[in-house]
Design a binder for this molecule. Structure first.
Ligand SMILES: *Cc1c(COP(=O)(O)O)cnc(C)c1O
Length: 216
């Protein structure tokens, strides 16, 4: 399964994030032995435990809703935070990163789904953040792109529209705020049920759990 998915993703020059939440170290090591190095988790304490016990060349991606009081556990080792869904949490990431003398790579999470339960910015909130003095003073975070989750539905036309929306949000931010910034290039979208669609619509990172590890 891994090889097949990797080949599809490589054909689009995108990257596979293996979502290992709730899965054991032994299950993670099976994919590790096959060459997979990027893994995604959505709970800070579970992730910190796995980081402690698994090989140090794993790149850990945080993809869940992040509470400000947990940021300090993540900052020492996280590779990329996909789920910056409000300005407040970005401020905390910057503060903790300053203490650790690090620059943390982040994605702006947009709310593109119909469900109100999903977290994220809308375009107006994102503009306000990026134009604020508080943001412009931050030395210890780096935005490298955007992230979003489609609606949980069988209606693939709707999900495709949401992915197109995320792509155009990325394009707008790129033109207006990051045009000279080569590192702002990532669009994290697509999961087990919709990753082919996401790749067709310009995803650069797909986050896949169930297809790789089985159901949770
Ligand atoms: C769990 C999760 C995934 C993976 O979902 P699957 O359907 O198991 O592939 C992707 N992204 C986020 C944010 C998740 O929480």
């Amino acid at each position: 399964m891994l090889k097949e998915i990797q080949n599809q993703i490589q054909a689009y020059s995108a990257q596979l994030i293996a979502v290992s939440k709730t899965k054991s170290n032994a299950q993670i090591m099976e994919l590790y032995e096959l060459g997979q190095r990027d893994f995604g988790e959505n709970r800070v304490l579970e992730l910190a435990e796995k980081y402690e016990t698994l090989p140090k060349d794993i790149k850990w991606h945080f993809i869940g809703h992040l509470q400000t009081n947990k940021v300090k556990y993540l900052v020492p080792f996280v590779h990329l935070i996909h789920s910056v869904d409000r300005f407040k949490v970005l401020k905390e990431i910057n503060k903790q990163a300053l203490k650790e003398d690090k620059v943390i790579n982040c994605l702006i999470q947009f709310h593109i789904a119909e469900e109100s339960s999903k977290f994220g910015f809308d375009i107006q909130e994102a503009r306000e953040m990026l134009e604020s003095e508080a943001y412009q003073m931050m030395q210890n975070i780096r935005f490298v792109g955007v992230m979003g989750m489609g609606t949980f539905t069988d209606n693939m036309d709707q999900v495709r529209k949401e992915f197109q929306q995320l792509k155009s949000l990325f394009d707008e931010l790129k033109i207006n705020y990051f045009s000279t910034d080569d590192t702002f290039k990532e669009i994290s979208m697509g999961m087990s049920g919709d990753y082919m669609l996401a790749l067709e619509e310009g995803s650069t990172m797909v986050r896949i759990g169930t297809l790789l590890f089985g159901r949770r």
